[in-house]
Design a protein around this ligand. Structure first.
Ligand SMILES: *[C@@H]1O[C@H](CO)[C@@H](O)[C@H](O)[C@H]1NC(C)=O
Ligand SMILES: *[C@@H]1O[C@H](CO)[C@@H](O)[C@H](O)[C@H]1NC(C)=O
Ligand SMILES: *[C@@H]1O[C@H](CO)[C@@H](O)[C@H](O)[C@H]1NC(C)=O
Ligand SMILES: *[C@@H]1O[C@H](CO)[C@@H](O)[C@H](O)[C@H]1NC(C)=O
Ligand SMILES: *[C@@H]1O[C@H](CO)[C@@H](O)[C@H](O)[C@H]1NC(C)=O
Ligand SMILES: *[C@@H]1O[C@H](CO)[C@@H](O)[C@H](O)[C@H]1NC(C)=O
Ligand SMILES: *[C@@H]1O[C@H](CO)[C@@H](O)[C@H](O)[C@H]1NC(C)=O
Ligand SMILES: *[C@@H]1O[C@H](CO)[C@@H](O)[C@H](O)[C@H]1NC(C)=O
Ligand SMILES: *[C@@H]1O[C@H](CO)[C@@H](O)[C@H](O)[C@H]1NC(C)=O
Ligand SMILES: *[C@@H]1O[C@H](CO)[C@@H](O)[C@H](O)[C@H]1NC(C)=O
Ligand SMILES: *[C@@H]1O[C@H](CO)[C@@H](O)[C@H](O)[C@H]1NC(C)=O
Ligand SMILES: *[C@@H]1O[C@H](CO)[C@@H](O)[C@H](O)[C@H]1NC(C)=O
Ligand SMILES: [Cu+2]
Length: 576
């Protein structure tokens, strides 16, 4: 598909002037959501896929392109597809989170997603956004810079999408249904994966270990995507440093590091120079899980792929002898080494935005000052049922003590058509009670169940500080905002101090992200400007926590004129 489009562009450029060449193309995709049989770890199961592919297709587009994806649901589950990190300027109807911007595409129905990719370039991904279907419905979404633009680094020889994920032998929908029914823990995945494969350290997987061929002396761009359902991950390549050049589809200042960390929902582009002794080297990913209770169970075995130096005959004799035996795994910090991970996240800096890479300057002043606690809570066990959460109740999660309840029609439809009773507009701007967030807590463990939103005017600057809480236990929650990136201006441990901490915020070159990993037992601060009208979901990208209700939504009102007004919904928007 990518090749076909390039060929077309070259043809167009041949006949027309260079200026015309910059005119954006339209990328048309036809996706059937269908069952396919897949075998991993010697277990075969029927899983839900796009066009029979697992993982799903890699989409390449160029900045400025219009993307039209006709998604047809041929399985018995309700489905939606989300374009994770895509700005969706004036196209909130195509965003995809179920009951936020649309109702699900039901069996036998189609929905045509239409959006223009604008003001961003880099590596993102697409995934299902209903229940845990994204465990198998996901793939890379890569925005190439405009033909006229160039990378702020030397153009690499080629790029490799590296999509990290999780594999369950059982049906993933059964796993989350069981967890929600019991209110306790859940069955962790059976393997971590790279491009859908567990790699050679897992049973029955050796033959299918992904291999990336490189030529000695050349530099490659690895587009690393954390599409795992529930875990933050370390990633690295034995014997090679990585240079981070982009995170969440925004360029960063180059940062040299032996390993990277990605929360679910985050993407990171790194350069790798194949300048070591020719041979084979492990690429690997393993879990970072800082919860200090014990630990939370997680897959213990690293997922692997192989970086394979392909040495030409002429080079083989003169330079080095290529070995075929793999050396050790890359070295990562301990699974719970919060300090090393903080060092990594704090090192990221945006490329100078004076170069015009960013659609939004770093907001220097704040119109809306929001403090959101993120943490665990309980919901009552239904009468006559046995629950396996603490105190015999059900585990839940919340933002400012509100556990998000899905409405029965989408919030965007309710807002647009002025339907009352679907959501409430009183989402708290500050914690309801002022407690020692990271100290001991003796108050009520129950949270408020509700569908609450925060309404924002067009062109407001918003600061959000996410504060982890000690309720039940600390955790590092990756909070993802739909519809725009925010700038990550500060992070810290313990309780956020509103009078002293802002003094050390980075308002000069903070990284622009769509997902921020909150330090376990600490806080993180982000800022953005509301330039995109619509309803924008914000939630923890650990799907377990999202299912437990760690979510809310913003309504961003229209501004003035058509360029600041959300168009009417498409005629084929799925009905409820
Ligand atoms: C999957 O395998 C089952 C059992 O062999 C078979 O009945 C079914 O048709 C297969 N499904 C697909 C989509 O190939
Ligand atoms: C979308 O795909 C379905 C199934 O192939 C087809 O019936 C429908 O006409 C398509 N919609 C559009 C707008 O092309
Ligand atoms: C979860 O694991 C338990 C214990 O191994 C097993 O009995 C149960 O069937 C599993 N549930 C699912 C949905 O796979
Ligand atoms: C990598 O190179 C080997 C030869 O060394 C070749 O057999 C293999 O097909 C190549 N793999 C890929 C993914 O290009
Ligand atoms: C990786 O970077 C570190 C620190 O800059 C350096 O000490 C080390 O030699 C580098 N390793 C390689 C393989 O380049
Ligand atoms: C390999 O390349 C990296 C990145 O350019 C560089 O930092 C490092 O010094 C090089 N190592 C060797 C052994 O040339
Ligand atoms: C041979 O090695 C040199 C440097 O190590 C590299 O630049 C060149 O591309 C290699 N040639 C082939 C055909 O692999
Ligand atoms: C490559 O292997 C040959 C034969 O085993 C050996 O003589 C030579 O020293 C090796 N070269 C390098 C660079 O390791
Ligand atoms: C959350 O709300 C419930 C119900 O109003 C209350 O009992 C509990 O103390 C609140 N907890 C916090 C941390 O605000
Ligand atoms: C938003 O407000 C700022 C000043 O507060 C102004 O400079 C800018 O032009 C406004 N943008 C839009 C799109 O209205
Ligand atoms: C829209 O126009 C009105 C009247 O000129 C002005 O007061 C308001 O600030 C504008 N809103 C935005 C978001 O620019
Ligand atoms: C599928 O979505 C429709 C519309 O929202 C809803 O009525 C129905 O209950 C859903 N089906 C399932 C199995 O969740
Ligand atoms: Cu979380």
């Amino acid at each position: 598909m990518f090749l076909a489009k390039s060929a077309l562009l070259i043809l167009v450029c041949f006949f027309l002037s260079n200026a015309i060449c910059a005119i954006a193309a339209t990328v048309n995709l036809d996706w059937k959501i269908e069952y396919t049989n897949v075998t991993r770890l010697c277990h075969t199961k029927s899983l839900i896929s796009v066009n029979g592919q697992f993982p799903g297709p890699t989409v390449y587009v160029t900045e400025g392109d219009t993307v039209i994806v006709n998604v047809t649901n041929l399985v018995s589950n309700n489905v939606t597809i989300h374009w994770h990190g895509v700005r969706q300027l004036l196209s909130a109807w195509a965003d995809g989170p179920v009951y936020i911007t649309q109702c699900p595409i039901q069996t036998g129905h189609s929905y045509v997603h239409r959006f223009q990719v604008t003001g961003q370039r880099g590596t993102l991904f697409w995934h299902a956004h209903i229940s845990w279907l994204r465990a198998t419905l996901y793939g890379a979404f890569i925005i190439l810079p405009k033909q006229s633009a160039s990378y702020p680094f030397s153009t690499p020889t080629t790029d490799f999408p590296i999509v990290l994920g999780e594999w369950w032998n059982s049906n993933v929908e059964d796993v989350i249904a069981e967890a929600l029914a019991t209110g306790g823990g859940y069955n962790i995945s059976d393997a971590l994966t790279i491009n859908g494969q567990p790699g050679n350290l897992y049973d029955c997987s050796q033959q299918d270990t992904p291999t990336f061929n490189v030529t000695q002396g050349k530099t490659y761009l690895l587009r690393v995507i954390n599409a795992a359902v529930n875990f933050q991950l370390y990633f690295g390549v034995t014997g090679h440093n990585l240079t981070v050049v982009e995170a969440d589809a925004e360029y960063t200042k180059p940062y040299n590091t032996p390993y990277i960390v990605l929360a679910p929902g985050q993407t990171t582009n790194v350069l790798l120079t194949a300048n070591q002794t020719a041979g084979q080297y492990y690429m690997a990913a393993s879990v970072f899980s800082p919860a200090p209770i014990g630990p939370v169970p997680f897959p213990q075995t690293a997922t692997t792929a192989i970086l394979n130096y392909v040495v030409s005959k002429s080079n083989r004799s003169s330079t080095s002898n290529a070995t075929t035996s793999l050396g050790p795994l890359p070295t990562f910090p301990a699974y719970n080494d919060l300090q090393s991970v903080e060092t990594f996240y704090r090192a990221l800096r945006s490329q100078s935005y004076s170069k015009g890479y960013y659609y939004m300057d770093v907001p220097q002043a704040v119109d809306e000052d929001l403090l959101f606690t993120v943490g665990y809570s309980l919901q009552p066990c239904p009468q006559g049922e046995q629950c396996r959460g603490p105190l015999g109740e059900r585990l839940s999660a919340n933002i400012n003590n509100v556990t998000f309840a899905d409405p029965s029609i989408s919030i965007l439809q309710a807002y647009y058509n002025q339907i009352n009773g679907v959501y409430e507009t009183d989402f708290p701007e500050q914690p309801l009670i002022d407690f020692d967030y990271t100290g001991s807590y003796n108050g009520g463990m129950q949270s408020i169940l509700g569908t609450k939103v925060k309404v924002l005017n067009f062109n407001e600057t918003v600061q959000m500080v996410f504060q982890d809480t000690s309720l039940l236990f600390f955790e590092s929650h990756p909070i993802h905002l739909h519809g725009q990136n925010f700038y990550e201006v500060g992070r810290g441990s313990g309780n956020y101090n509103p009078s002293t901490d802002p003094l050390s915020f980075n308002l000069n070159d903070p990284p622009s992200r769509n997902t921020v990993s909150i330090p376990s037992g600490g806080w993180a601060a982000v800022r953005f400007r509301t330039t995109n009208p619509g309803v924008w979901y914000m939630h923890c990208h650990i799907d377990l926590h999202n299912s437990w209700g760690m979510a809310m939504a913003f309504i961003v009102k229209n501004g003035n004129g058509t360029s600041q007004t959300l168009p009417a919904p498409p005629a084929d928007l799925p009905p409820c």
